[in-house]
Every structure is written in C-alpha cells, then in structure tokens.
Design a protein around this ligand. Sequence first.
Ligand SMILES: [Zn+2]
Length: 421
Amino acid sequence: MLLRARIVYPVTAPPVEDGAVLVSQGCIAAVGRWCDLRREASGQVTDLGDAVLLPGLVNAHCHLDYTHLAGRLRPPRSFPDWIKSILAAKGEWTFSDFATSWLAGAAQLLAGGVTTVANIESVPELLADCRSATPLRVHSFLEMTGVRSGRNPAGILHDARRAIAGLDAGPGGFGLSPHAPYSTTPVLLRLTAEAAAAEGWRTTTHVAESEAEFEMFMYRRGAMYDWLEPQRPMDDCGLGSPVQHLERCGLLGPRHLAVHVNYLWHGDAARLARAGAHVVHCPKSHSYFGHRRFPRCELEEAGVTVCVGTDSLASTLPHRGALPQLSLLAELREMMALDATLDAATALKYATVHGARALGLEGQIGTVSEGAAADLIAIPFRGAPGEAAQAVVAHEGPVSAMILNGDVLRLPRGADAERAP
Ligand SMILES: [Zn+2]
C-alpha cells in the first residue's frame, strides 16, 4: 500500500511536502516524496489529499478502566481525599462496569489518534477479554498496592505475575506497576525491581505526584502522613524525597517510567537522569489537582526523557461543560497553554518518539521511518510544512485516518484508493 499526503511529518525528521509512505507487511518500507516513491507502488495507492500524515500517538500513562468515572469526582481539598473518593467509587463497580469502561477508553484513544498506550491495570481479570477486543497496542502494567490489605509483598507480586502468565502479548506487552511509594512497601518495590530485571519487563510508578506525598517522605508530616500512619509502617519516611525512595528500593532505571514527578528535591532530576528513567507528565490531571508547575526544563536539562500521558478521566475536568474524553492532543494543548516556552514540534515528540523510547520501542513506533511499524494517523491540513506540527496539536475530534500495524482502521471519506497502474 502506498499512502500519499500533502505533508508527511515523521516527527523524527522534517516534514516532507507532497510526501508518500510505502507500507508492506505491517511495516513502513519507504518514506519520501510522492514523485520518487510512486514508481515503487505495485499495490493499492491511497491519496489522503490535503492532510498531514504522522506517526500514531504514544500515550505513556493511562487507566482505561476508569474512563466511565469521567465527571464523577470533583477536585478534592487534599490528595488523600481524592484517593478515598476513587476507592469508594470503584467499590461500587462490578467487573462488567470496569470492562465497559476500559473498552470505551480504548475507543476514545483510537479516535483521537493514539495507537499505543501504557495502561495501568487494576482489574487483571479483564485483561484477556479486553486486550483482544481492541486493535490498540496495549502495554499492560499490573497495578500492585498492598498497604491497605497488609498482604505479604511476595504474594502480591506472585498474583500479578500469575495474571499475565500465559496471556498473549498481542501487538503490545506487559509490565509491573507498584502504584506509588506511599501505597506500597519498600519490600514490594525491591521484589518488583528484581522480577522486572529478570524478565526484561518495564515498570512504572506514580511518584512525587502531590505535595502531601512529598511531605510524607521528606518530613514525616502532612495530610498523607496523617491518613496513612494508622495503616502502614512509616519507617520508610523521613529518609529523603519520593524519588530517592524509588532509587533506594532499586526501582529507578532505564526500564522505569516515573509518572508525574511534580515535586523534586535537590538532585532528583540528576538522579532520574543518571538512572536513565523516563518521566511521564499528565497535563490535565496536573491541572485538575492544581499541582505546582511541572519541572519540565529542569528534568530535560538534566537529560531526562519527558513523555506524556492522559492519566484517567477520574482526574480530568469537564471540557466546555461536557464530560471529558481521553485525548492526547488535548493533553498537549493543556501543556502548551501552561508553558509558553513549549512549541508544538517539541510537544509532539513527547507524544510520539519519547513515549516510544520510554517503552523501549524507539524506531519501532512513534516515527514514520523505514523499518518502523506502520502505525500512522492523518488530520486534515492545507497549510505549509512549517505549520504542520501546530495544526496537529490544535486538531480536535477524531483523526481522519488511522493505519495500525499496517491495517487500515479509518480513512477519510473520498480518499482515493486505486490500484497502481
Ligand atoms: Zn495514573
């Protein structure tokens, strides 16, 4: 299949005007100008017309199973209050509620141009059925907590491993997600790090998300400390920052996705960079909680790869009076609205090549380049090449075309599909 578009925007290279992408056996076989590639077309030619064709987006942090909690939880007075309300809301749900919510989230991500997601799975019973019901590349990270249940960490880890044993990875993969430093024990973090290293899995943790978490670990005080003190041993507090805590437990490393990272102590950015850990920023969730400014520049200057995620709709404000939808482009708009120094081309890298790098898939997804998977999206566009990134980030609603793993999932009405002469 040869795709033609007004602009092909690989993100990892400058836009190509009147560009073309040759797709063969699920992969990108060539990228270039239409006039150079048209001769190589031996199968179907699809002309997307006035469009920019770019890599499918990579959402580096999501909770698909909370999608139907959209609009249910108001921004809380304190972060622990929000955790209490989501636990109460989840407690009312059946497996079937979680499953329909998960699938609705997957459909929203696909409509908005996401082809790969790093998803936190809090209901492992859904995994087999839900993952096989979507073409989305889902990297499922099994969530583990254990503080409230008081369960043995080895047993928690054993259950997470058993939940994915024998499951088909499909187009995605699996990993482990100790929920957060405050909701886990140091022993669970250490065991997770050892298991993930042995299996070559990636890990992800919410860390340094709130001021309450930062105060709990740094100073043994605050709303989270007071809430959790009757529920867990607090001897891991007062020893340093949440990021230092993860490092001490052996979890920071090149296969780790540290989510949020809003509250840094001196040296934390360098600590993350030294470890090769990746940071996932979730702009709308960040705004919902009113956290202090995300330290993007500090992290990048230290050498950390920053990527973006949607987090869940349980921590996303309504949009223009309507229930919010999962949209990675809306996350980029939010990020740019709060950071005047961030340009659209850089923001798009966060949502493509950086997310791919965090998942260990750089060169395979998040780029339009030879040898990468044919995960491609398009949006309508009539402008000049230099305006393409801005137009993509500004795009609202469904993308006009999506090819995932070489399969055409959506084409714009009127796209010329014809046999090559
Ligand atoms: Zn999250």
